[in-house]
Design a protein around this ligand. Structure first.
Ligand code: AP5
Length: 213
């Protein structure tokens, strides 16, 4: 089974993928995380990737498709959550043609005005990667990670207002078409992504659980 987490930047895909992965033991493939690791490499391809991602544009589909195909072939027939892939119709076709598993698409539905605050307020633990937000998902204790106790935190380079605007534009022009595409295939489920993390998790968890049994 492939669970596709689809939604605009900041809609909570990564937060929910981490919770489902932890509670159900399902592997997650976040193309953003994989690409960020590649972009951090001190090589010419790494520098080129970093430039694209810092500007908020999508990385060329051929490269992303190849990374996903490699990761999926390593996992064999295990269930997987795809966080941030596919992001174009062309990527969706590639997935359907090359990976013959059943698909369930969870569309994280949220208005634009909330997204800006979610993205520009995001930070995460430098050690365990737990995601926080300075407005919505604050640390329980000053400057200390709730999970691992680390005092080091990082912000993503693409979470500045200018890049966020570009990322939202890319989402509207390239990714939003997937909502219609997967609706027509009868595999898309709406998730109200404007409510609390716990309320969203209740819905996501139910959909995942039902499709596993
Ligand atoms: P990627 O890393 O995938 O970023 P994204 O899709 O833009 O999504 P985000 O990770 O920013 O947001 P999210 O929905 O996971 O939200 P989160 O849970 O963190 O991609 C980055 C870049 O990589 C792209 O721009 C592109 O260049 C490239 N790329 C990746 N995949 C690609 C592909 N397939 N093809 C081509 N290029 C690709 O939550 C956000 C914040 O909100 C957090 O602070 C969190 O604490 C908070 N929050 C979460 N849920 C709630 C809630 N319910 N209430 C209040 N706050 C909440």
């Amino acid at each position: 089974m492939i669970f596709i987490f689809l939604g605009p930047p900041g809609s909570g895909k990564g937060t929910q993928a981490a919770l489902i992965a932890k509670n159900y033991g399902i592997n997650t493939l976040s193309t953003g995380d994989v690409l960020r690791a590649k972009a951090a490499e001190d090589t010419e391809p790494g520098r080129q990737l970093r430039q694209i991602m810092q500007s908020g544009y999508l990385v060329p589909g051929q490269l992303v498709n190849q990374l996903v195909a490699e990761a999926l072939s390593e996992l064999g027939s295990k269930d997987i959550i795809l966080d941030g892939y596919p992001r174009t119709i062309e990527q969706a076709h590639f997935l359907a043609q090359n990976v013959p598993f059943e698909q369930l698409v969870l569309y994280f539905d949220i208005q634009d005005d909330l997204l800006i605050k979610r993205l520009t307020g995001r930070f995460s633990c430098a050690h365990c990667k737990k995601i926080y937000n300075e407005h919505f998902a604050k640390l329980k204790h000053d400057n200390t990670c709730d999970i691992c106790g680390s005092k080091e935190f990082v912000r993503r380079e693409d979470d500045n207002p200018e890049t966020v605007t570009n990322r939202l534009t890319q989402y509207r022009s390239e990714t939003a078409a997937l909502i219609k595409y997967y609706t027509e295939q009868n595999v898309l489920h709406h998730v109200d992504a404007e409510v609390s993390v716990d309320d969203i998790y209740a819905k996501v968890s139910k959909l995942v659980k039902n499709s596993l049994t």
